[in-house]
Write a new protein. Structure first.
Length: 296
């Protein structure tokens, strides 16, 4: 398992490692599923996809609902097949909930009627993020202490479940011990903060040069789908709506991406037993993997 923040260098490293072990890559990036989104999701380029076989890239349309529970079921099934041919399989990504679902299972949530979700979304559109934050904090302070308060999708999800079931969201967060048929070698890739932030800023500039604005414009009518409520697209839609000029939007993308990377690192450091390694040190990472495989 190669986890890490955006722009840390997961793609290039994972391809090099997969080639070294004659292996394949299972993507755990919740935005790279979508066929239509290429630039803003930092998907591997066509040549990279040809160098090593990848799974769970370009498998969904942006209107599809595809959560961590769906991914767990599909990924576990895929891993069973892949382990028949490969001794090592690399799961690579920065989407913590999706990675956690494969490693530890998903929470046993009830299905919520569409009408409940629609009603809360409508309230959110009218009353805003602060109302959403206060609603969740009042009902379930335990969950509110752990959730990203600036992520409306997570807040809406918890509020809709609470309204439908009468139970707090945190009461569902008890998966117990999930047994997997594979050994997970958990690596958290990192770089020095200045270097990581420099890479993020440069990546945003590269995305803009590659045509991110045109990609965002193409799906403006679908901007309220979950797939497009993400850093890079959100800021450009706000620019297109006249909230600020393009240069300001670009700076906001950089800032919000840096903030997101920081949250990713915090999540992985607090959530599970990952060994933190320098993303640029291929030899050390490979030696660590070899050592872990000795007991396998």
């Amino acid at each position: 398992m190669l986890a890490g923040p955006t722009a840390v260098g997961k793609t290039a490293l994972s391809i090099k490692l997969a080639q070294a072990y004659d292996s394949v890559i299972l993507s755990a990036d919740s935005r790279q599923f979508y066929k239509e989104l290429n630039i803003g999701t930092a998907k591997p380029h066509r040549q990279q996809l040809q160098e090593v076989q990848h799974f769970f890239i370009n498998t969904k349309n942006i209107g599809d609902l595809y959560g961590a529970g769906h991914f767990e079921k599909d990924a576990i099934g895929m891993l069973k097949t892949l382990f028949e041919k490969h001794h090592v399989v690399f799961m690579v990504g920065g989407s913590g909930l999706y990675i956690d679902a494969v490693l530890n299972g998903v929470d046993d949530f009830e299905e919520v009627p569409i009408s409940v979700r629609a009603a809360i979304n409508q309230e959110y559109e009218v009353k805003g993020l602060e109302w959403l934050q206060k609603s969740v904090e009042e009902i379930d302070p335990e969950y509110y202490r752990t959730v990203d308060p600036k992520n409306p999708q997570r807040l809406i999800r918890s509020l809709e479940l609470m309204r439908h079931t009468g139970r707090t969201y945190s009461s569902f967060l008890d998966k117990g011990n999930v047994q997997r048929e594979f050994k997970a070698v958990k690596i958290l890739l990192n770089r020095s903060r200045p270097e990581l932030y420099k890479r993020i800023n440069e990546r945003v500039d590269e995305m803009m040069a590659e045509g991110l604005l045109a990609e965002a414009k193409q799906f403006f009518s679908q901007k309220n789908t979950n797939a497009l409520k993400t850093v890079g697209y959100k800021e450009l839609y706000e620019h297109l709506e006249g909230k600020y000029d393009l240069s300001t939007a670009i700076e906001k993308i950089k800032q919000h991406t840096r903030n997101y990377a920081k949250r990713q690192l915090t999540w992985f450091k607090n959530r599970d037993l990952f060994t933190e390694l320098e993303a640029s040190d291929f030899e050390t990472i490979k030696a660590f993997i070899d050592e872990q495989l000795k007991d396998d």
